[in-house]
Design a protein around this ligand. Structure first.
Ligand code: NAP
Length: 273
């Protein structure tokens, strides 16, 4: 496997911190940039090469940008003055279209790990976060060799690379992540005024509304940047519910239950079988 001589991470939160911890544990030479003093102090226990200056990642041969989405473009722009054209850069943003418009003078391969929790920050990051997860890559004009290098490091992190286009990615995540998050928020909001409902709510309500606990900065970015696809996904949801209720309900729900049962094994998505 391609061994990068130095890997940089910008933004040591849930995602960046988890990549950082896994690579440090794997013996990689890792450096990192983050914003707050607390995060940097905690990260120093893993690598001495951490700071709040972007210059820290200057001589890396691979860099992960793991800041909130609304900061990612700014970091990618600053790299144009700092890193060499041979540097391989990826990001982890939950949307890919908005980062795929501008051509970069370095080797940029956008990506998105399909793993996360409702918690944020370095203190909640852990090195096994990506084990068994899918990790999307949306190469623009990269060569096969660079793509394979990124795939290899993703596999090292325990994830499975999936290559697609930015457009297809953004449409798909609206269906499986952004629209469900808004529905979870809506379900919570609908029950909120009813004291008895809130008192009786148990595990079903808890599971259905888990996505309402999403990182609020990330949720806001998702809705702003993917509004059209979310609208389409919501229309699809209304149509699906209408369809389910109109069809032979009992056979339809048997069909849905059986497909849903096959989709996950030990909590991991095994689709396609
Ligand atoms: P997070 O836990 O809030 O971490 C973001 C980190 O970025 C913060 O810890 C902050 O560091 C750092 N940061 C902010 N501005 C910075 C700057 N200008 N320079 C350097 N560091 C900066 O968020 P996250 O959940 O890891 O999300 C990060 C990215 O991953 C987002 O693009 C999101 O779309 C994507 N993503 C998230 C999930 C998920 O479920 N959470 C899943 C897949 C992808 P300090 O602590 O030092 O302030």
């Amino acid at each position: 496997m391609e061994k990068f001589s130095k890997i940089g991470i910008v933004g040591l939160g849930l995602i960046g911190g988890s990549i950082f911890k896994a690579l440090c544990a794997g013996g990689y030479n890792v450096c990192a940039v983050s914003r707050s003093k607390n995060t940097l102090e905690s990260a120093e226990k893993y690598s001495k090469n951490v700071s709040d200056s972007l210059e820290t990642v200057k001589n890396c041969d691979l860099i992960f940008v793991c800041t909130p989405m609304n900061k990612t473009e700014e970091i990618l722009d600053k790299f144009e003055e700092i890193i060499s054209k041979e540097t391989l850069v990826t990001d982890v943003s939950s949307l890919k279209g908005f980062l795929s418009v501008k051509k970069r003078p370095y080797k940029f391969i956008p990506s998105h790990p399909m793993a996360g929790t409702e918690f944020s920050g370095f203190e909640n990051s852990f090195e096994t976060l990506f084990k068994g997860a899918k990790w999307v890559l949306t190469p623009i004009d990269s060569n096969e060799q660079d793509l394979n290098k990124i795939k290899a490091i993703i596999e090292f992190l325990g994830a499975k690379p999936v290559v697609t286009t930015p457009k297809e990615h953004d449409e798909a995540v609206a269906l499986i992540s952004h629209m469900p998050m808004i529905v979870a928020q809506g379900i919570f909001e609908s029950a909120k005024g009813n004291d008895l409902a809130m008192t009786l709510a148990s595990s079903g309500f808890r599971d259905m509304t888990r996505l309402a606990l999403s990182n609020t900065e990330m949720a806001k970015d998702m809705v702003e940047l993917n509004s059209k696809n979310i609208e389409t996904a919501l229309m699809k949801l209304y149509a699906s519910i209408g369809g389910i209720l109109k069809e032979d309900y009992s056979s339809k729900i048997e069909e849905i239950k059986s497909a849903r049962e096959k989709m996950y094994t030990n909590g991991k998505n095994v689709y396609p079988q």
